[in-house]
Design a protein around this ligand. Structure first.
Ligand code: SF4
Ligand code: SF4
Length: 725
């Protein structure tokens, strides 16, 4: 029997169901291959050095946080997870540099970083030490499928966003220096969530899955280091002095079968080895050392040495079920209540799925032992077994509830994103069904959650506002704001809802709060300006808008609004100047050119104004009411000939647009074409509905209302949507 397999089955510390044999229940020393029975493995003294280094790492982390508190600006987080910011936004930060350096060092020297610098490893080692002091020896869980969890997580974190970027055709962002930061905590979870992450990934997972359980079954960075180590030339190697006693294997907290590996390969090839050097220290024959040589990738076993087939705790079929459970649990936990970050979700998914799976053994196994306690004997549940079964049912129900909750939230957020992308350009009937659906999903989740989730309340409030229910929206937005008092967008939404409820004063107060929280926000200042203008506080409104422009309000729509604000305040010349720059900067912006034209018309510059309006209409013929407005303004300005010619053109394009027909008929009258056109159209075939409809408008202009109505009553039978001339 090997040290590992013997130790595993004898300890019984893990939750895995075991047949309860009396002899196995006795606590035994780990029998090593050739070590005389009862001889304890030697204690490593090297761990003290590692402990000192890991304490140093934590002191450095504390100093980093203190420096940020004291100075308000410090080095960006020295965390590998920050590399995601580099890939997503091009930020070159301390975490990215550390990660690159650590991978490079691992590629050459081996996986030292994990064992000597990772704070989660420190927590796992502390947990293992505490359990050993309690007389418990966590048995390593051996799985063939779950070892892929770190790889899949790493791909999801680092590769998947790049795939999305490439498929969306977005270029890689320009690299920017982010070595220093004002907000050290910007990418970190709350302290409570952080502590829970440490508990789950540093303690719970060790208790359930054995030493380095998180490194083996959860850590995405470990996936990089694991595979980098296989290329490394730095390895734990062996001399001929090895007697195969197994002290090394018994000491290793990374679950490496050291004595087997060095016997077969002459070195430790298992990339789970974190180069803690404990095995080197405890070897009674001084046979182990860290040294340079061939990498383990592709290394061949010595011809005469046969390694036993790896032993796994579950069959492949069982592992497939466990794998599906892990996926379901990950879905249930990741971003649950907008609070569970990725690493915590992975830790929770692996541990919860494992516990449910093991407890499910109570259903179909005759004998089950859990944590050294007999839970089922000869097909009957014991007292503790009944308690464990109830716990398992409760846990499974909770996961099911979280899955349903997450599905509703994800559906709701997806529909909300659809609404947000459609709202700017599509009429309400196109996005309102999606908004109502999003509202139903988010309300389902909110009503079944015993506490307030601020983001859900905010989204529900925003949807109600979009659906024209500002009163109801305000209830949710104010609820959300209690938990997000430091978020400007929370106040902006409240301001929008107050404005829609005709409470311009309250809207102004909310927008002012948003400006206070985000003084460089262009949107907040523009909204504040709008609320001030609504109350006729035009000078203040103009001041806020000027500040928004200084901060970078370049959107043509925004600057057009500023021009109209100036116009309202009687500052026509500046308004025209502003619009002129807008049109110059955005010559293809139909609305801007149209508005500029209208402004010029108001200023009495008719021809220039009509040119701009016509340019806007040629860019976007569908500008609401645009063509009719052009015709009427042209008539008002005494440009009847121009109005008639444009009306004639547009009448053919839109023969049933009553606004165009009305203005065209007026222009025909002013230009003296009325009688000729009447005669011409009256000769058209009776089936030519468009011509006869136009003729009705001409009759109205000639004062022949009865004739117009008689034509209209005939045409109405053919097309009930026609408007009376
Ligand atoms: S390397 Fe040392 S501790 Fe390990 S089996 Fe050989 S002699 Fe024993
Ligand atoms: S094999 Fe040796 S160096 Fe590697 S983790 Fe185990 S005890 Fe540490």
């Amino acid at each position: 029997m090997t040290a590992r397999s013997a130790g595993a089955s004898a300890s019984g510390d893990r939750m895995a169901p075991q047949v309860g044999k009396r002899s196995e229940r006795k606590r035994q020393l780990v029998p090593l291959p050739v070590r005389p029975s009862g001889q304890k493995p030697r204690e490593s003294r090297r761990w003290r050095w590692r402990l000192l280094v890991l304490i140093g790492v934590h002191v450095a982390i504390a100093l980093h946080i203190w420096h940020w508190y004291a100075k308000g600006r410090t080095l960006s987080p020295v965390e590998p997870s920050e590399s995601m910011q580099t890939l997503e936004f091009g930020y070159v930060n301390a975490g990215f540099i550390l990660f690159c350096f650590a991978i490079l060092a691992t590629l050459i020297l081996g996986r030292f970083f994990c064992g000597w610098a990772c704070h989660i490893v420190a927590l796992q080692d502390v947990c293992g030490w505490v359990l050993r002091k309690l007389g418990l020896r966590p048995k390593p869980f051996r799985s063939r499928l779950l070892v892929w969890v770190p790889v899949v997580t790493a791909l999801y974190m680092f590769v998947w966003p790049q795939v999305v970027r490439i498929t969306e055709g977005r270029p890689f962002p320009r690299l920017a220096n982010h070595l220093m930061t004002d907000d050290l905590w910007a990418t970190f979870p709350t302290v409570g969530v952080g502590l829970l992450t440490f508990f789950v990934c540093g303690f719970l997972i060790v208790m359930l899955l054995g030493n380095k359980g998180f490194c083996t079954y959860g850590c995405p960075y470990g996936a990089f280091f694991y595979h980098a180590d296989r290329f490394a030339v730095g390895k734990i190697r062996v001399t001929d002095a090895c007697q195969g006693c197994g002290h090394c294997t018994a000491t290793c907290t990374s679950n490496v079968r050291v004595h087997e590996e060095v016997r077969k390969y002459g070195m430790v090839v298992d990339a789970g080895c974190m180069k803690c050097m404990d095995c080197v220290d405890v070897c009674p024959n001084g046979a182990l050392y860290w040294g340079i040589g061939k990498p383990s990738l592709g290394s061949k076993a010595r011809a005469d040495r046969v390694r036993p087939r790896p032993k796994y705790d579950f069959t492949l079929q069982e592992e497939l079920v466990l794998g599906l459970l892990v996926i379901a649990c990950f879905y249930a936990f990741y971003r649950l209540y907008d609070a569970v970050p990725l690493l915590l979700a992975v830790g929770l998914a692996v541990t919860t799925a494992y516990v449910i799976f093991v407890l499910a053994g109570l259903i179909y196994r005759r004998n089950v032992r859990i944590l050294r306690v007999q839970a089922k004997r000869n097909g009957r549940l014991t007292g503790p077994g009944a308690f464990a079964a109830a716990f398992g049912v409760g846990l499974a129900w909770l996961v099911g509830y979280f899955v349903a909750l997450q599905w509703h939230v994800k559906e709701g957020l997806y529909m909300l994103s659809q609404v947000q992308s459609l709202r700017a350009s599509a009429p309400p009937e196109e996005w309102e069904p999606a908004a109502r659906e999003a509202l139903d999903h988010l309300r389902w989740a909110s009503e079944r959650t015993p506490f307030i989730v601020a983001d859900w309340e905010f989204n529900i409030g925003s949807l109600l506002l979009a659906l024209g229910k500002p009163g109801e929206a305000l209830e949710h937005l104010y609820t959300a704001q209690k938990f997000t008092a430091d978020r400007a967008d929370s106040y902006l939404a409240i301001g929008d809802a107050e404005l829609a409820s005709m409470s311009a004063e309250k809207a102004e107060a909310a927008y002012r709060q948003a400006v206070r929280l985000a003084p460089t926000s262009v949107g907040a200042r523009i909204k504040l300006s709008g609320a001030l203008a609504t109350q006729n506080k035009l000078d203040e409104a103009i001041r806020e808008f000027r500040e928004a422009i200084r901060l970078g309000a370049h959107d043509p729509n925004d600057r057009s609004n500023f021009a109209f604000l100036l116009l309202r305040a009687g500052q026509r010349d500046e308004a025209i100047d502003v619009m002129r720059t807008v049109v110059k900067d955005a010559p293809n912006d139909a609305r801007a050119r149209f508005n500029f034209g209208m402004m010029l018309m108001d200023a009495g510059r008719s021809d220039e104004g009509l040119d701009e309006i016509e340019a806007g209409l040629s860019l976007d013929p569908a500008l609401p009411g645009g063509r009719a407005a052009f015709l009427l303004r042209a008539l008002d300005a005494g440009r009847a000939e121009r109005a008639f010619l444009a009306g004639e053109r547009w009448r053919e394009e839109r023969p049933f647009d009553h606004e165009i027909l009305h203005a065209w008929a007026t222009a025909a009258k002013v230009t003296g074409r009325l009688d000729r056109l009447c005669q011409e159209l009256a000769r058209r075939p009776a089936a030519d509905t468009a011509s006869w409809y136009a003729l009705a408008f001409l009759y109205v202009e000639r004062g022949e209302r009865a004739a117009a109505d008689s034509i209209y009553s005939v045409l109405l039978k053919r097309n009930p949507n026609l408007t009376r001339p």
